[in-house]
Design a protein around this ligand. Structure first.
Ligand code: ADP
Ligand code: GN1
Ligand code: MG
Length: 364
């Protein structure tokens, strides 16, 4: 086993159809849920990289169903982009196990999958320009469009009620009530902010919007941008692809792609919803999604930003209050810091919501 890696990645590698000599593995990316490794091989003198991921099965309770979704979704996307030259960069490609399966379950009960490494592209934890926002949103919109005709059956719900904001809110209320690790006293203003916003939690669910295949985790760092051209190359992190509302995706794009700083920034004065980024996102998203969106879906674009930012904010708050069982934390109060940036962003959206709504009106 490599020094200080949590897992024996080399042993996992032997289970997959990968030729050449194992060179090494490093933890990779800044995701909050799974364990991701970049794994290098020597294939006939050429260095080749792969992405290995251990699925967090405490959170994704049915990894077999999850991989069934991913296998179907990636196959459908690959079929749709078969005419494109760089198809293996446009769509995640699963590497099969030696016995032809999409994942390997190791003796410890860990589920592993392997993807081809998408070279000459990268992700960013914070947005740098409206151009990047446009490209990210165009890619996520295109992802929804290509999956609009995914053949039946309905995809599995990998996490039931994932974006059911009223149930997320009820879960927060229970966590506040229980106060299991005595942290409520450190989060009084945040708890108050959350409770004051309860009335908006049911708005999207009650709007009669159509269910579609959506990504559900459209963080800015879940889309790879070409290193040279900046173009959105590939949508990644497909664990939560399942039936949902398109506005969950647009809302999460605004949440993660309009503020100039990372999700865990401690200087809240730097957290703000920048209108030029929002405009670029709306333009990029509509450039690829306008063809299939209904008028009602378009009407809620600006509102979805506020709702989804609030929803992730209350999830961070609930996790802090429960002792951080869900999101990986790397310092004290990490989830509380994350919650604070989300609530600051909600306030910033509230202050600019009319302008955002007018902007969408002009674009649609
Ligand atoms: P998590 O669920 O933990 O967020 P991701 O699937 O988003 O995991 O992967 C974490 C990071 O690894 C991404 O932000 C991206 O930078 C990188 N990554 C993931 N898949 C690939 C891939 N196929 N090729 C290159 N880099 C990748
Ligand atoms: C998690 O896996 P990752 O880091 O891309 C989470 C999202 C949250 C996000 C907040 C399965 O996403 O729902 O919005 O953190 N994923 C899951 O940064 O809960
Ligand atoms: Mg990710």
């Amino acid at each position: 086993m490599e020094m200080n890696l949590k897992h024996d990645v080399q042993a996992v590698a032997r289970q997959f159809q990968i030729c050449g000599n194992f060179l090494g593995a490093e933890p990779y990316g800044s995701g909050h849920i799974n364990d991701t490794y970049c794994v290098r091989f020597d294939q006939g003198g050429a260095p080749v990289r792969y992405i290995f991921q251990r699925i967090n099965h405490k959170i994704f309770k049915n990894p077999v169903a999850l991989m069934d979704n991913i296998r179907r979704v990636t196959a459908h996307l690959a079929e749709k982009s078969r005419m494109e030259q760089d198809r293996s960069r446009r769509v995640l490609t699963l590497v099969s196990t030696c016995d032809g399966r999409a994942f390997h379950c190791d003796p410890l009960g860990n589920y592993w999958r392997v993807y081809l490494f998408i070279e000459k592209a990268r992700t960013y934890d914070a947005v740098e320009s409206p151009c990047q926002a446009f490209e990210a949103a165009k890619a996520f919109g295109g992802f929804q469009r290509l999956l609009a005709d995914l053949p039946a059956p309905r995809l599995h719900d990998t996490i039931p009620d994932f974006h059911h904001t009223p149930r997320r809110f009820a879960a927060l209320q229970n966590t506040i009530q229980a106060d299991a690790v005595n942290r409520a006293k450190f989060a009084k203003p945040e708890i108050e902010f959350a409770l004051q916003h309860q009335s908006m939690t049911g708005v999207l669910l009650n709007a009669g919007l159509p269910e579609r295949v959506t990504h559900n985790d459209t963080k800015f760092n879940n889309v790879m941008l070409d290193e040279l051209t900046g173009e959105g190359v590939c949508v990644i992190d497909l664990d939560t692809v399942m039936p949902g509302l398109v506005l969950y995706d647009f809302g999460d794009m605004v949440r993660t792609t309009t503020s100039p700083v990372r999700e865990d920034e401690r200087d809240l004065s730097r957290v703000t919803m920048q209108v030029p980024m929002f405009e670029a996102l709306a333009r990029g998203y509509l450039a690829s999604a306008s063809v299939f969106l209904t008028t009602a879906e378009k009407q809620f674009l600006a509102f979805s930003a506020k709702l989804i930012t609030f929803e992730i904010g209350i999830r961070f708050l609930a996790d802090f209050l429960a002792g951080d069982p869900y999101f990986k934390v790397h310092r004290d109060n990490h989830n509380l810091d994350r919650c604070r940036t989300q609530f600051k962003l909600v306030e910033s959206i509230e202050q600019q919501e009319e302008q955002m709504t007018r902007l969408v009106e002009q674009l649609k």
